[in-house]
Design a protein around this ligand. Structure first.
Ligand code: DAH
Length: 339
């Protein structure tokens, strides 16, 4: 029996040497000292010993038990320390390593041009306002003096949500919403997205951006309109830019005009950008129709005003020499990085 105990001790000592983790250590402990362990078995077998042998063997078994427990505890402590050191080492941060590079994005060309246009008008004392993209039929058409049977109201051009709501086809409804508030004078611009049911191609998209302008005050004339828009064109496209106004028709302005600017690619000599005409059509404008003023609760015998509206994509494409509108919405970083 004493031999057996010695064997157990040696065996355990040997096993402990190779132990790498706490679970295995636990298993060894249970295997030796647990209910079904080797030592416990020996204690059970003691009932067969003679009364003289019993205390002697009992003492040796107890000593062995203590010895093994001590060994296992020591191993446990050293193993714990080892594991902790390993973990610390793994988690150490080398503060001398170079940091991860964060690549900073660039502004989208549409954001760039909108910011630039906003700056120009802010400099002239304009306020920036916004209107809803889902708009009432009334604001998008009727209040702008666009009759029921106007082709723009056709479902082929306009996205209808239901009988009374559309995705706005222009930023002009913001004029009405601003006038209805009743705070005069008015001097605002309203940039934003507009929607038309167009097929996508190099120059068309069902969503694009417009910028609306509206000034309402006493004694406002067509001369003011021309002055403001000329300053705007020179600021945006260069001080040598020339402007010219052509008569046009819009239901919400009277008289109405379109403003052309001298081609900023060739300076007016004629090139591919201006289709050899020397001029580029930039925007629509006019004096606010008295009917529109009255419908929005403004006394047209006291107040007058002018309005203008421009398509922002077209200006951005010309200014940045972008040949295809689709490039604007594909978010290809090779394109975006160029701005
Ligand atoms: N809303 C017009 C359009 O989408 C553009 C426009 C023309 C706006 C003349 C105006 C304006 O404010 O006076 O074609």
């Amino acid at each position: 029996m004493q031999d057996k105990l010695k064997k157990i001790r040696e065996n355990i000592e040997k096993n402990l040497e190779d132990v790498q983790n706490l679970e295995i250590l636990d298993k060894i402990k249970v295997g030796a000292l647990g209910k079904k362990g080797e030592l416990t078995q020996i204690l059970k077998d003691m009932k067969n010993l003679s009364p003289e042998e019993k205390p002697k063997v009992g003492q040796i078994v107890n000593e062995t038990r203590q010895y093994i427990e001590e060994k296992i505890n020591l191993k446990k402590e050293s193993l714990k320390k080892e594991l902790q050191e390993k973990k610390l080492k793994e988690e150490t941060i080398d503060i001398s390593m170079p940091g991860k590079k964060i690549s900073i994005g660039t502004k989208h060309p549409m954001t760039l041009i909108i910011d630039e246009i906003k700056e120009i008008f802010l400099g002239m004392g304009y306020e920036i306002v916004e209107g809803p993209e889902i708009e009432e039929d009334y604001y998008n058409f009727k209040a702008l003096n666009i009759p029921e049977n106007h082709p723009a109201k056709d479902e082929q051009d306009t996205f209808y949500i239901d009988k009374n709501f559309v995705l706005r086809t222009q930023t002009s409804p913001v004029q009405i919403r601003t006038m209805e508030k009743g705070k005069l004078p008015i001097k605002i611009i309203a940039p934003g997205r507009v929607f038309r049911s167009d097929e996508v191609d190099a120059t068309h998209s069902p969503m694009f951006h417009q910028l609306e302008g509206l000034v309402i005050d006493k004694n406002v004339t067509m001369g003011d309109l021309k002055g403001v828009l000329e300053v705007f064109a020179k600021e945006l496209l260069g001080k040598d830019t020339k402007v010219k106004f052509r008569p046009h028709h819009f239901p919400f302005t009277e008289p109405s005009a379109e403003m052309d600017v001298s081609c900023f690619a060739c300076g007016g000599k004629g090139c591919r950008v201006c289709k050899n005409s020397g001029w580029i059509e930039l925007l629509g404008c006019g004096m606010v129709h008295p009917k529109v003023l009255e419908m929005s609760g403004i006394d047209s015998s006291v107040y007058q005003g002018f309005a203008f509206g421009l398509g922002i994509e077209r200006i951005a494409m010309q200014k940045y020499n972008i040949p295809d509108l689709r490039l604007m919405y594909e978010n290809d970083t090779r394109f975006l990085k160029q701005f």
